[in-house]
Write a protein that binds this ligand. Structure first.
Ligand code: DUC
Ligand code: ZN
Ligand code: ZN
Length: 476
């Protein structure tokens, strides 16, 4: 087995920072050494990565991705191969994607289909949550087998009637089962049936452009569903994790429940921290697309009004721990042939934004601007995802015995984001076009293998291994 020394960098954890050398033997970290100590001076390694003046952080964990997701009459444009290569470029060394079971299908079949898509194709390690899109006796029974498969969390949708939608009685039954088994319930919290009425009314009134996607999916729809999910979780005593929170009122619901002692958690995504209804959904900057350009940013939950202060509320919640994590909800679609399906009818635009490559950089901007600390950056993007979803110890931390998933991040470096510049995602546009990042992902190491260094990719599809996850470590 070969050894690797990441030398002289500032090792940052969720609780502090210190200059140290990190020694890797094979796939694991074996020591974190004080530089200048006799032991550190005596260490030799097959390969040395000089991290002087840079941050050495645990590899990012993106706990919410959708590679190759069939959705909106098409399929998310990143394969497990292209999406995980892009992840590696951006300093993310583990993803948790969503295996899908739809109504009428067997959970076991959905899960094996996702294993089939991912196996041998991933450049970084990967795990699965299980979408339960049809709650019935069979799927409830199948939930009993998930933990043995290393799947300790499942997701339901209060949105998308006719696709993934679960009714309240179904949610109640699934939460009861989850409580019994110890599974984490993840929820897409938007009132889908009411949204569909609003969307139809807007369409019939001739309001057909992407902007109206954001109007139909009003914050009241998110607040109401979040509250309902919290109440059902309260009743069943099931821990709850609300995905892609974007409305400040939804955060208030989470905060209120947390203040009362309930085990509810939430993530937001970079798009809800930076982008807005006014600036993106109404965009007409690109003459190729005209009014339809906003389709690039059609996702659900939707981008929210900056005038209403949702973005500031997300940053605040990240500071106060009312939100615990930042994931991407990476669900990319090209404009051509995919987003285009909804020209003339915003309801038919496939929902999703691609960000997997930029999450670490975008969140680091919060450190630069003083929104979050350096330690909180690591906590939000790696340590808490590991704890929340049963990977901590192996992932999310640089310590002896952990997988050597390590990113060397240069705070003095610079990253220009754009489809022709830094972008490796399989998309014909970037939701982040023109973003200039203070900072740069210099070196990316996954289980001891250098995937990215000197601006080159050295990894391979198939390096990534399936992660059998344990129960959440965020709860006692
Ligand atoms: N939201 C998205 O934007 N895309 C995929 C599914 C979802 O809930
Ligand atoms: Zn969702
Ligand atoms: Zn999602």
């Amino acid at each position: 087995m070969s050894t690797l020394l990441v030398k002289g960098g500032t090792v940052v954890s969720s609780t502090g920072r210190t200059v140290a050398d990190v020694l890797v033997d094979g796939e694991q970290v074996v020591a974190v050494l004080a530089p200048g100590s006799d032991i550190a001076a005596s260490v030799t390694a097959d390969k040395v990565v000089d991290a002087t003046g840079k941050y050495v952080i645990p590899g990012g964990i993106d706990a919410h991705t959708h590679m190759q997701l069939p959705f909106g009459g098409t399929e998310a444009s990143d394969t497990f191969e292209t999406g995980t290569i892009a992840a590696a470029w951006g300093g993310t060394t583990s993803i948790i994607d969503f295996a899908v079971q739809k109504y009428g299908e067997r959970v076991e079949d959905g899960l094996s289909a996702w294993h089939e898509k991912a196996r041998g194709n991933c450049a970084v390690d990967y795990g699965f949550h299980q979408i339960i899109g049809g709650v019935d006796e069979q799927s409830l029974k199948a939930m009993e087998t998930l933990i043995d498969e290393g799947i300790t969390s499942y997701k339901m949708f209060m949105a998308y009637p006719g696709v993934f939608y679960a009714t309240d009685d179904q949610i109640l039954r699934a939460m009861q089962k989850a409580r019994e088994l110890g599974l984490m319930t993840m929820m897409h919290a938007e009132n889908g049936p009411a949204i569909d009425v609003l969307a139809e009314q807007l369409y019939n009134a001739g309001k057909t452009t992407p902007y109206f996607h954001g109007i139909a999916r009003a914050w009241q729809m998110e607040e109401e569903a979040t509250h309902r999910a919290i109440m059902l979780a309260n009743l069943t005593e099931a821990p709850l994790y609300v995905v892609h929170v974007s409305a400040k009122q939804a955060v208030e619901q989470l905060a209120t429940a947390r203040d009362k002692g309930q085990n509810v958690f939430g993530e937001t995504c970079p798009q809800y921290l930076y982008l807005s209804l006014e600036e993106q959904l109404g965009a007409t900057g690109d003459p190729t697309w005209g009014e339809f350009e906003g389709a690039k940013w059609v996702c659900s939950t939707p981008l929210r009004s900056r005038a209403e202060g949702h973005q500031d509320a997300m940053w605040q919640a990240l500071r106060t721990n009312d939100l615990q994590m930042v994931s991407t909800d990476h669900c990319p679609f090209c404009m051509k042939d995919q987003k285009e399906l909804g020209r003339g009818d915003f309801r038919a635009i496939p929902n999703g934004i691609g960000s997997i490559e930029h999450r670490m950089d975008l969140l680091y901007q919060g450190v630069v601007t003083g929104e979050i600390t350096l330690e909180r950056w690591v906590e939000l993007t790696s340590t808490t995802p590991a704890r929340m979803f049963g990977l901590y110890g192996r992932k999310g931390v640089i310590q002896p015995g952990a997988d050597a998933d390590i990113v060397v991040y240069d705070p003095k470096g610079h990253t220009s984001i754009g489809v022709d510049k830094t972008h490796h995602m399989n998309m014909d546009h970037s939701a982040w076009e023109g973003y200039e990042i203070d900072g740069h992902v210099d070196v990316v190491i996954s289980r001891g293998s250098v995937l990215v260094s000197d601006g080159e990719f050295h990894g391979r599809a198939g390096h990534g291994q399936y992660l059998k996850r344990g129960l959440t470590q965020y709860l006692t």
